[in-house]
Write a protein that binds this ligand. Structure first.
Ligand SMILES: Nc1ncnc2c1ncn2[C@@H]1O[C@H](COP(=O)(O)OP(=O)(O)O)[C@@H](O)[C@H]1O
Ligand SMILES: Nc1ccn([C@@H]2O[C@H](COP(=O)(O)O)[C@@H](O)[C@H]2O)c(=O)n1
Length: 208
């Protein structure tokens, strides 16, 4: 089994990289752990308008215990019930996703490389890089189209929360990466290199 961590700022292209890697490998060999699924539950009785103002780019926003526990379970060969999270309602959903242990586990999220406990469980650590102005443009497009926010709200939130949190908690994790991928999802060569690396490890493990 190989555990890969893929970090990077919001809008950098992490999800796209994961999708492209999955397209290159047999589906039943890869399981994905999206860090977004491990946001904490919303505090009870708080209105949606207030929930939307909360800081989701701080380490305290995540349920690290559950995330790390479930990675350990998969590594030890046990299936998990992965939580699901809805960004529009800023809360965990009642449904879970049954995830079987596979040969390749990919943990993807803004703070995938933040905690040493998680980094130590990874065989390969990747940071997807993109200019902050390009990330901002992509986040505006996504949040307006998919999350029903106005461009003004997205820009204010970017300046007040996302940008300082990125500088403090996300960008510094680049130093823990074995590989830094510029131009995220469009970097065909990087995805190809990762595919070759993953296949090599899987072949070596199969021989043991
Ligand atoms: N290198 C790139 N050039 C142009 N657009 C990109 C690139 N990488 C990703 N995108 C687009 O940017 C948006 C955000 O990408 P996504 O992979 O969802 O980022 P993340 O998961 O890091 O938030 C998507 O619409 C995606 O198609
Ligand atoms: N309720 C929430 C939870 C998270 N976000 C934003 O999502 C971003 C992380 O996801 P990516 O797929 O873009 O890496 C993060 O920047 C959060 O601000 C949100 O808006 N609302």
């Amino acid at each position: 089994m190989i555990v890969i961590g893929i970090a990077g700022g919001t809008g950098s292209g992490k999800t796209t990289v994961v999708r492209k890697i999955m397209e290159q490998l047999p589906a039943n060999q890869v399981s994905i752990i999206p860090q977004d699924s491990y946001y904490k539950r919303a505090p009870e009785g708080v209105a949606l308008s207030e929930l939307r103002k909360m800081n989701y780019d701080h380490p305290d926003a995540f349920d690290w215990d559950l995330l790390e526990q479930q990675i350990k379970e998969l590594k030890e060969g046990r299936a998990i019930e992965q939580p699901t999270y809805s960004v529009p309602i800023c809360d965990r959903l009642p449904e879970t996703i049954h995830v079987e242990p596979t040969n390749v586990i990919i943990i993807e999220g803004i703070m995938a490389l933040y905690r040493k406990e998680m980094r130590d469980m990874m065989d390969l650590r990747i940071y997807v890089d993109a200019d902050s102005d390009e990330r901002l443009i992509r986040v505006i497009e996504r949040d307006v189209v998919e999350r029903g926010r106005t461009a003004r709200v997205v820009m204010d939130r970017y300046l007040k929360v996302l940008k300082p949190m990125h500088r403090e908690f996300i960008e510094p994790t680049k130093e823990f990466a074995h590989l830094i991928i510029p131009q995220g999802g469009e970097n065909v060569r990087a995805v190809e290199i990762m595919k070759v690396y993953i296949e090599k490890i899987l072949r070596e493990q199969a021989k043991k």
